[in-house]
Design a protein around this ligand. Sequence first.
Ligand code: 0FX
Length: 246
Amino acid sequence: MYKRILVISDNIFMCSNFKQIFEELSLPSVTVSYGISPFSNRNIFEKDLKLTVFEYDLRCNQQVDEIIEKFDLVLSIHCKQIFPNNLVNSLKCINVHPGYNPLNRGWYPQVFSIFYDLPVGATIHEIDEHLDHGNIIDRDFVEKEIIDTSYTLYKKIIQKEIFLIRKNLSSIILNNYSTIKPENEGRLFLRNDFNDLCEGDLDLKITAEELINRLRALSHENFKNAFFIDKTTNKKIYISIKLEYE
Ligand code: 0FX
């Protein structure tokens, strides 16, 4: 059984949900500490979680050594940092990933799921030295509809992640879960793939369906993703799409 757990997250919504699920388990002998990366605002997390939150920079060897010394399980729940090899090889590290491994490894899974018409879902897996690659503890699909954009699909995936955390957390803490090996290397998308998708070429000949799907993949609330350069003014113009049933 793991007794000294560190949750590293940069997503306050996921972190609060995790905290509530853990508290419902009522395991007095288990301590959970919460950490964020240097990119997040500690005050926001502390105010919401109502406890002290630590900041860990995983690029700093000394801080990684401190984690290895203090904890026996690290959970990554939407953490902006890549776990270094010495961390994942020194203690059990588990990731909650907003994609269905190995089909949607890496960056913004729902974006590439819409663009390439891939199934999508959520996964809990052990972390190894490669991105979203370790043995799978649990995973499940979410339904993608024709009117889904990145935003609406992301919201469904988050709910699936919370469902999977609730379903698996006690067996993870008790260390009596089983795993399966990913079937293959799957698809890995990176930040650059997303950036490439955002830049639209006005002379590109594609079908209306392809254009709609590209815009669906890149429409996420107020984020400025898809753009083209106006040929007259040379200005960048952002574009997004909204779809709804009759
Ligand atoms: O919590 P999270 O979904 O992402 C975090 C980390 O930032 C990310 O590096 C890690 N791979 C993931 C598991 O956990 O929050 P977010 O605000 O970074 O992104 C949420 C969604 O927002 C994303 O799926 C797509 C959308 N988005 C985000 C940014 C920053 C955009 O469409 N455009 C953007 O510029």
